[in-house]
Design a protein around this ligand. Structure first.
Ligand SMILES: NC(=O)c1ccc[n+]([C@@H]2O[C@H](COP(=O)([O-])OP(=O)(O)OC[C@H]3O[C@@H](n4cnc5c(N)ncnc54)[C@H](OP(=O)(O)O)[C@@H]3O)[C@@H](O)[C@H]2O)c1
Length: 252
């Protein structure tokens, strides 16, 4: 039986870093590299021998395509990396209804359904990595939908890690602070934006894979992310939200 990894949002950023690391794993035969852009996926797959492109748009029938492929091929799913994600920085009121629904769908519904459809094909030692965020540590005004969706994914991951222990399956919520990818705007009004404590995608992927191999339900990759996790836990939310809002306004 073919031993596969599924990586969503594979065509760049953090997704590509996961494909790179998983490509070197001896216990994986094939990586289903999922993304929307066929050209980007072809380029990725030409560089990583185990990667095969799977074009899927989650705002369309993308999840059904993956579910059907699982049913028809019955692979041994060793790794599922729910990495695809969508952010909106700005006022909630300025988002149209389509955007609101899309963030809920891509950040919450899709990883949940992909876990449900993959679990029947997972055996002892299989691992799920759900890419949450340090935004899940507190409510974030002007990034409200994103941070709420990442709380959902973090709590679901941790609960499922507990629930699936008897089957020997690990579920890890990965909670990085800023990561140097295309998701972050590079400049504002002609000035380069500096993201304090920004981490490379490779550092996040390496730590996430290490933590999941150790059975951890959370992976918090940098000192700053760890610091904010503790700070948000012990500081009243009203103070954290005021500080965050003052910091983020310059990027709006
Ligand atoms: N960058 C950060 O600072 C940061 C911090 C914490 C957590 N994260 C999380 O890390 C994960 C990866 O993000 P990234 O930073 O690597 O940014 P990214 O390069 O923008 O990656 C996001 C991925 O999500 C995919 N995606 C979005 N909407 C989709 C849809 N409707 N259907 C299918 N795929 C869709 C994109 O696919 P296409 O290539 O087809 O557009 C893209 O590959 C996300 O879950 C993000 O929330 C990022």
């Amino acid at each position: 039986m073919e031993r596969i990894a599924i990586v969503t949002g594979a065509s760049g950023g953090l997704g590509e870093a996961f494909v790179d690391r998983i490509n070197a794993m001896p216990n994986i035969d094939k990586i289903w590299a999922v993304g929307r852009n066929p050209d980007k996926l072809e380029n990725l797959c030409s560089r990583f021998s185990k990667a095969v492109p799977l074009v899927a748009d989650f705002d369309s029938n993308g999840v059904d395509l993956i579910t059907e492929k699982l049913k028809s091929e019955s692979p041994d799913v060793r790794l599922l990396v729910n990495n695809a994600g969508l952010a909106y920085l700005g006022r909630f009121e300025d988002m149209d209804c389509k955007k609101v629904a899309s963030i809920c769908n891509v950040n919450c519904t899709v990883p949940s359904v992909l876990m449900a459809s993959s679990l029947p094909y997972m055996n002892k030692g299989a691992r799920i990595l759900n890419i949450s965020s340090a935004s899940s540590f507190q409510p974030n005004p002007f990034l409200s939908m994103y941070s709420a969706s990442k709380v959902y994914l973090k709590n679901l991951s941790r609960a499922l890690n507990y629930e699936l222990k008897p089957r020997g399956i690990t579920v890890t919520a990965v909670c990085p602070y800023w990561v140097d990818t295309g998701m972050l705007p590079q400049e504002k009004n002609g000035k380069r934006i500096n993201y304090a404590g920004i981490t490379s995608p490779e550092v996040v992927a390496d730590k996430a894979l290490r933590d999941s191999a150790r059975g951890k339900d959370m992976s918090v990759p940098s000192f700053l992310a760890k610091y904010f996790r503790i700070y948000s836990k012990y500081t009243p939310s009203s103070i954290v939200m005021r500080q965050w809002s003052a910091m983020i306004r310059k990027y709006l």
